[in-house]
Design a binder for this molecule. Structure first.
Ligand code: NAD
Length: 437
């Protein structure tokens, strides 16, 4: 099949490379000339494990190419995917669909012959209807079917998630799209993989409902962690005891600094807005958003308290800036809010992240960026672990302690062992694991 993917970000580039790996011919298109120039030069503009090799091998096999020319790239495509960003609209939290609509208009002008337009961007229920309306009004003669195929990959494990998905949701209201969609996902179809066909609106809502549910699960265990802190219970054991119940499951029950990233914050906001717009408020989701927002500040406050209530002129070493490990994405990461709060309270920040510092520098410029964790810890009054990169799990805490001015460790991911840290002389503060009282 000839596939064009419009939008070459985390989702578009991974999808395009994986489709090419399935044997399809794929053109990835983006407005961003630098991004496309980098890809053409053999450089992958985002950090995602395994992606560089996957892109390189499919480019070498002449199945994958890159372009900024949307019209030329779409003209001969059997299927065109839309994978552009849908950030929050400032002010009201609604998803900003301008990029999706712009892409739809450009696609409408360029299609030739029967074409399936598949929206992979995360969008509010009913957006597929609007994409279809835009295409019909822009090019009344265009022979186009609009499908929803939301993406569930996680950054940091994106290729594996794409190739071994729990499910592939395909929302279509016109049967002519079924055969091409089965052809695209042929490797899964042949193995009786988890392809799920639904109506288009249902597919759109499955994506938001899934993300909101996961965000709620994280927020739930975070509140239980707070209760553990007050009562002497251990949240890791509570989570394990809950998660062993198959109806609950162990995943997304890790207490921490609150969810962040480029999806959960904006998708929960957009779903809540959709609920309000339709007179069907989603009160659990609305509360989840509020609790998570407060949590980032509470974490900043927790650090201040661990440092004796006053951080003026003191140095805090922050380990981990990305919203999760194995990505370079810092969009809406808890680290950003925490650092801002500490700075407002007068602290100096020395931060380190294995992949996120380039992106972080564009958001926070007035902190020191260290060359590694030990450098960050040098002369620090407190070390805060915000993102649980595996390299931080194996830190030499003895060496860290000897580099620091004051041995305080705030572990917002419950990665270290209290007994070990305390034996080394750290004052250790975790989340929902108060230790023996
Ligand atoms: P991104 O910001 O990394 O990439 C989007 C790309 O689209 C950018 O490179 C941008 O230049 C390009 N673009 C914007 N308008 C364009 C246009 N009109 N024509 C061509 N290119 C255009 O975004 P992302 O993280 O890949 O997310 C894309 C969508 O997928 C969003 O709706 C997001 O919610 C959803 N999603 C993201 C993830 C994730 O983990 N990042 C997972 C599942 C779903």
């Amino acid at each position: 099949m000839q596939i064009t993917v419009v939008g070459t970000g985390y989702v578009g580039l991974v999808s395009g490379a994986c489709f090419a790996d399935f044997g399809h011919r794929v053109i990835c298109v983006d407005l961003d000339e630098q991004k496309i120039a980098a890809l053409k030069a053999g450089y992958t503009p985002i950090f995602e494990p395994g992606l560089e090799q996957l892109v390189a091998s499919n480019v070498a096999a002449e199945r994958l190419s890159f372009s900024t020319d949307l019209a030329a790239s779409v003209a001969d495509a059997d299927v065109v995917f839309i994978a552009v960003g849908t950030p929050s609209r400032p002010g009201d939290g609604h998803a900003d669909l301008s990029r999706v609509y712009e892409a739809s208009t450009s696609i409408a002008k360029a299609v030739r012959g029967f074409t399936v337009v598949v929206n992979k961007s995360t969008v509010p229920v009913g957006t597929g209807d609007e994409i279809e309306r835009i295409i019909r009004s822009t090019s009344p003669a265009a022979d186009v079917v609009v499908v929803s195929n939301p993406e569930f990959l996680r950054e940091g494990a994106a290729i594996n998630d794409f190739k071994l998905p729990d499910r592939i949701v395909i929302g279509l209201d016109d049967e002519r799209a079924r055969a091409p969609m089965i052809e695209i996902y042929r490797p899964f179809h042949l193995n009786q993989g988890p392809l799920m066909f639904t109506g288009r609106r249902t597919a759109e809502l499955i994506k938001y409902a899934s993300n909101a549910f996961l965000a709620m699960k994280i927020t739930f265990i975070n509140e239980i962690a707070d209760l553990c802190d007050r009562t002497g219970a251990n949240v890791q054991e509570v989570a394990r005891g809950m998660g062993l119940d198959n109806r609950i499951g162990t995943k997304f029950l890790h207490a921490g600094p609150g969810y962040g990233g480029s999806c959960f914050p904006k998708d929960t906001l957009a779903l809540a807005k959709t609920g309000q717009d339709h007179g069907s408020p989603l009160r659990l989701v609305e509360t989840t958003i509020q609790v998570n927002e407060q949590r980032k500040h509470a974490m900043g406050e927790k650090i201040v308290q661990a440092m004796g209530g006053d951080v003026q002129g003191k140095t805090v070493a922050v380990l981990g800036l990305t919203f999760k490990p194995n990505t370079d994405d810092v969009r809406d990461a808890p680290s950003i809010a925490i650092i801002q709060l500490l700075k407002q309270a007068g602290a100096r920040i020395r931060a380190f992240d294995p992949q996120g510092m380039t992106a972080a520098r564009t958001i926070i410029s007035d902190i020191e960026y260290a060359k590694d964790a030990y450098d960050a810890a040098t002369s620090a009054d407190c070390l805060v672990l915000v993102t649980e990169w595996s390299t931080f799990r194996t830190l030499d805490l003895k060496r860290i302690k000897s580099a620091m001015t004051t041995a305080k460790l705030v572990d917002l991911r419950n990665v270290f062992r209290r007994s070990e840290a305390e034996a080394l002389g750290f004052s250790y503060h975790a989340v929902g694991m108060p230790g023996p009282s």
